[in-house]
Design a protein around this ligand. Structure first.
Ligand SMILES: [Fe+2]
Length: 385
């Protein structure tokens, strides 16, 4: 396997297009999927590391199945199904389209092989080229949905490959190490206050959005604050050094149960070495960079961290702040609004977090629930509380 120098940048979203532009956009997104895996072996692309992950080969076929099922079959006269059995193999969860291969068993699909999956992609791409050569005004929304869906799976390909490679004692690198971005030492964060009130959320523009991003609607927000920077690996090391993974008083009850059941001691993909912590990334196993944003922490970990940081930030009677307090968070312990659904990581596979590099830019953490803050005081109270 020859690691890539860099991941190819993803194309910009489609914003209204002629037939030619739509076809070009289709080709661009589809080829980006194949570039992502062009340097990997068929074995790399066929393995499944856990029930919630899928082999990259399956992702390549599933996104193709989407275009064949929802565009070519109903709209392209004379289209020949590449293989009628693929509907069972590559349907993900579309109940109306019938039964399908169980997700935990996608790694058992040694047939079709990678070559056949790539031939399937070429067959569907040829059909799409014919379909998009005519009047396609009515197809734009559906094509754009298919392309956004394919881009979702491009992210999943990288996420699942990272999890797969992390299981290997060889710790293979998906791509060559990139020069470490210049960072400055993260100082204490400042806090930015928001007054809250009646606000609008949800997609309301003309561009593409998934159906669960709308409709735009009003919600009431209590006043809240956000830190002006993300939580860093250095912040997280301070949390760990203060017993963050050993103190049940910091954790939601379900989270503490998971800490114990899975022996969490650090963020996912971190490993302790003689000379410090290392993180498995798409560039292989690399030293944890203190000033980069922390990644691959679960909702429960983010909540425990926020509790720890909030306590550390609490003013003392004389009004002073504990210094540690202020190496806190880009997550506010007083954030309010609609509580998010807790994201429980199965096998610690966190779909929420950045996968481009466990040591690089991270997605913002989940906001903190204002309700249901039932905390474990001790392991013994977890089950009954
Ligand atoms: Fe999908």
């Amino acid at each position: 396997m020859a690691p890539l120098d860099d991941a190819a940048p993803l194309p910009a979203p489609l914003r209204g297009a002629s037939a030619r532009a739509l076809a070009a956009r289709y080709a661009e997104v589809r080829s980006a999927s194949e570039r992502l895996v062009s340097h990997l072996s068929p074995e790399d692309l066929s393995a499944q590391s856990m029930p919630d992950a899928s082999p990259a080969k399956w992702h390549l076929a599933h996104t193709t199945w989407f275009f064949e099922t929802f565009l070519l079959v109903p709209r392209l006269a004379g289209h020949d199904l590449f293989d009628p059995r693929f509907g069972y193999l590559f349907n993900s969860y579309y109940e109306a389209l019938g039964p399908r291969q169980p997700r935990p068993q996608r790694g058992l699909l040694t047939r079709p092989g990678l070559d056949e999956v790539l031939a399937y992609r070429a067959h569907v791409d040829a059909g799409m080229s014919r379909l998009l050569s005519g009047d396609c005004d009515e197809l734009v929304d559906l094509v754009e949905l298919g392309l956004a869906h394919e881009q979702q799976h491009q992210e999943l390909i990288l996420m699942d490959l990272l999890h797969l490679f992390a299981q290997s004692p060889l710790k293979p690198a998906y791509q060559r190490p990139a020069p470490h971005p210049a960072t400055t030492a993260a100082g204490a964060p400042g806090w930015v206050g928001f007054s809250g009130g009646l606000v609008e959320i949800g997609h309301g523009g003309e561009g593409f959005a998934f159906d669960n991003e709308g409709p735009r609607h009003k919600v009431w927000l209590e006043p809240f604050s956000l830190a002006d920077r993300l939580v860093t690996n250095g912040d997280w090391l301070a949390f760990m050094a203060d017993g963050g993974y050993r103190r049940p008083d910091l954790w939601l009850a379900d989270g503490w149960a998971q800490v114990q059941a899975e022996d969490w001691q650090a963020p996912l993909y971190w490993e302790e070495a003689a000379d410090g912590w290392r993180a498995m990334t798409l560039q292989g196993l690399v030293p944890v960079a203190p000033d980069c944003p922390v990644a691959h922490v679960s909702y429960y970990e983010a909540d425990a961290y926020a509790t720890w940081a909030a306590r550390a930030c609490r003013p003392r009677r004389n009004g002073s702040m504990r210094l540690k307090a202020c190496r806190c968070a880009a997550i506010s312990p007083i954030a309010a609004g609609s509580p998010p659904t807790p994201r429980i990581r199965r096998a610690r596979g966190c779909a929420r977090c950045s996968v481009t590099s466990g040591n690089g830019p991270a997605a913002p953490m989940a906001p903190i629930r204002a309700s249901s803050r039932r905390r474990a005081r001790s392991a013994s109270t977890t089950a009954s509380s």
